[in-house]
Design a protein around this ligand. Structure first.
Ligand SMILES: [Zn+2]
Length: 314
């Protein structure tokens, strides 16, 4: 069964360590390797540019990771650049081959409100953007910012600029107020690439039931994530915990909107049985043991395929 994964942070690790590459064997420093993606039958992997808070967040820092995407991700065996609905069909459709790589930006900090930098990243393939990481920036407040404000005037402009360029908006990490303001402003459906259900694990990074219902009502996409502390608050997280979140989103009417966003290479601890893309094979088996095949096919890639085909444009 083909897989679509809505979020990983391999670009950040590639930026930090020039010796790393997707072609290296699993265990050599990256969770996401060409070999792991092939073994897990991953047809679409989103690669997020993420510039950590401690480093200067400038357009240059984001462009450098975009260059790594071209120079060290797309050059790996079997990789294909995904920019359009047709590209999505080629990697997730009936005659699919290889792994598609889609470029996103996690937190608009580095853009510093420079619209040329957004346009340049779009030319380099940027097709998805989250306005914030955890804290506040020029565009709005992240979910861990205590004041909990929403979008700035410039942040509102960013959403409109993204929509006119054809860049989809990711609401994972955004403050709750920012989420609702974005939902009201956006003309295209939104997606949360790596968040779980807060009622199942009380972490602020997870979505409230109202947020899940709103994403479902707007025909959006919810990428459930393998971050262990977003799956359960204490004890060892396992695939069973992920199934609990799947079950809850289904109970809220979201069965047709579930996808997965692993957060591989963005985590230091792992959910048992989910340590890299190759483990999607075991996850698929666990899902098939409990749910009908058409439903599982939707979660593993069908819903992401539909979403990106409908909204990426030609
Ligand atoms: Zn993240």
């Amino acid at each position: 069964m083909r897989i679509a994964d809505l979020h990983c942070d391999a670009l950040y690790k590639l930026d930090r360590d020039p010796s790393l590459g997707l072609g290296a064997p699993a265990g050599a420093g990256l969770d996401v390797t060409a070999e792991g993606l092939a073994r897990g039958n991953v047809g679409l992997q989103v690669f997020a540019i993420w510039v950590p808070p401690a480093t200067p967040r400038t357009p240059e820092s984001a462009l450098r990771q975009a260059e790594l995407f071209h120079g060290r991700v797309l050059t790996a065996p079997g990789m294909r650049h995904v920019r359009s609905g047709a590209d999505v069909e080629a990697v997730l459709g009936p005659a699919a081959r290889g792994t598609g790589a889609l470029l996103s930006l996690e937190g608009a900090d580095a853009l510093r409100g420079e619209w040329w930098a957004l346009r340049m990243l779009h030319r380099l393939g940027l097709r998805m953007l989250g306005l914030t990481w955890n804290e506040a920036n020029w565009a709005g407040d992240g979910i861990m910012e205590p004041r909990g404000a929403g979008l700035t005037k410039e942040g509102r402009k960013l959403i409109l600029e993204c929509e006119s360029l054809g860049i989809l908006i990711d609401v994972s990490h955004l403050s709750e107020r920012g989420f609702w303001e974005t939902a009201e402003l956006a003309r295209k459906p939104l997606l949360a690439t790596h968040s779980n259900a807060r009622s199942q694990c009380a972490h602020p990074r997870n979505l409230t039931d109202d947020q899940i219902r709103a994403l479902v009502a707007a025909n959006g996409l919810i990428g459930l994530t393998f971050v262990p502390f977003f799956l359960r608050t204490a004890g060892t997280a396992g695939i069973g915990d992920l199934l609990r979140h799947v079950e809850h989103v289904c109970a809220l009417g979201g069965a047709s909107h579930i996808a997965f966003g692993s957060d591989f290479d963005g985590i230091e601890t792992y959910t048992q049985g989910l340590a890299g893309p190759a483990d999607y094979a075991a996850l698929t088996e666990a899902l098939l043991a409990r749910y009908p095949e058409p439903l599982v096919r939707g979660w593993t890639s069908g819903h992401a395929q539909r979403f990106f085909t409908d909204h990426l444009g030609t």
